[in-house]
Ligand binder design. Structure first.
Ligand SMILES: *[C@@H]1O[C@H](CO)[C@@H](O)[C@H](O)[C@H]1NC(C)=O
Ligand SMILES: *[C@@H]1O[C@H](CO)[C@@H](O)[C@H](O)[C@H]1NC(C)=O
Ligand SMILES: *[C@@H]1O[C@H](CO)[C@@H](O)[C@H](O)[C@H]1NC(C)=O
Length: 315
């Protein structure tokens, strides 16, 4: 759950990223992010975690954190039961997403929550097709047609969708990454109009890099993101391909966020990840944190605090 703090921190590093990337792109050319009209989209995914008390604490931390950089949207994917709390107490510039919605409208579907109900509650976003739901954690998983149908319904009801795709380890090793991604996107491309794509963000999550500590290099991630965009250009339209945000969801963290987000086709992140890798707080910046990873996170937090302090004292 301390992931939230990490999420804020990644948001804060974006301001630096955009600036340094535009300077660097003059030098190095097209391998770095050019002035893109696509805003960054940073999503957090709590998965099935959290208590009332822990959510209260995180909301307080988030509400006290600094401003979100321009051209950046931050969205928290929370369990259904915590959503009303978040809508009532979380700062309004951070949006809230559900982690699933039903295949159907309201009716005799015990235990389901419908897209129309989420909209009615005041939500803007839903995460659909997460690899864990596609796989099924002990129940039947969701196939690509079902995820596409849920997405269409959610969009019809006025929600925006983070539409998750991605390959498993053996598929990456077999060189079938794009076949897998194409199979997952194809049923959606069939049923969405060009306009409706404006309310979709594609969250590419290499399943082998979720919560495993493994990450794709920025170059590997960029290559797949570019291929996904190309697929959208060929199978939907060039206009949609140019506009659609593609988030990276393979263990983005404080150490690699800057390099990943500098890539041309990486428009944000979807961050769940290993809980422990986010375990830091502004009050525990001492040397007791040994891993290099945690130090990086602390450094970023520290920089953010310094920057905020400086801005406040100047005003
Ligand atoms: C996209 O979503 C917005 C609400 O966020 C809605 O007003 C708009 O009609 C949607 N566009 C399409 C094409 O469904
Ligand atoms: C998508 O585009 C590629 C390249 O043009 C093509 O090979 C493929 O068949 C298309 N897929 C679908 C589902 O239309
Ligand atoms: C949720 O909790 C599980 C088990 O403690 C943990 O492995 C996972 O990383 C957590 N996820 C988040 C986003 O906090």
């Amino acid at each position: 759950m301390k992931l939230l703090l990490g999420l804020t921190m990644i948001g804060q590093t974006l301001a630096f990223t955009t600036r340094s990337a535009s300077v660097a792109s003059k030098r190095i050319g097209s391998s770095l992010r050019m002035a893109s009209s696509r805003p960054y989209l940073i999503g957090g995914n709590w998965k099935a975690n959290g208590t009332v008390a822990s959510v209260e604490k995180l909301v307080a931390e988030f509400n006290a954190a600094g401003p979100i950089p321009p051209n950046t949207d931050v969205v928290i994917g929370a369990p259904f039961i915590h959503i009303p709390m978040l809508l009532n107490t979380l700062r309004p510039d951070i949006k809230v997403a559900a982690q699933n919605s039903a295949l159907t409208g309201t009716g005799a579907h015990t235990g389901e929550v419908c897209a129309s109900q989420l909209k009615d509650l005041g939500l803007e976003w839903v995460i659909l097709g997460h690899s864990e739901r596609r796989e099924g954690f002990g129940m039947a998983g969701e196939d690509s047609k079902l995820v596409a149908d849920k997405t269409k319904l959610a969009i019809d009801e006025g929600l925006k969708v983070m539409f998750c795709i991605g390959e498993k380890k053996e598929e990456r090793e077999a060189g079938t990454t794009m076949d897998v991604c194409a199979e997952q996107m194809a049923p959606l491309a069939e049923i969405l109009s060009e306009d409706e794509w404006a309310n979709v963000s594609i969250a590419y999550e290499p399943v082998w890099a979720i919560g495993t500590g493994l990450t794709a290099t920025p170059e590997m991630a960029q290559e797949t993101h570019a291929n996904i965009r190309q697929w959208v250009a060929a199978n939907v339209s060039q206009k949609v391909a140019d506009a659609v945000q593609i988030q990276y969801g393979g263990s983005m963290n404080g150490g690699n966020a800057k390099a990943l987000l500098a890539e041309n086709d990486i428009d944000g992140g979807l961050i769940g990840g290993d809980h422990s890798s986010w375990s830091f707080s502004t009050s525990s910046t001492g040397p007791e944190h040994r891993s290099r990873h945690k130090k990086l996170l602390q450094f970023c937090t520290y920089m953010t605090i310094q920057r905020e302090t400086r801005q406040r004292s100047v005003m």
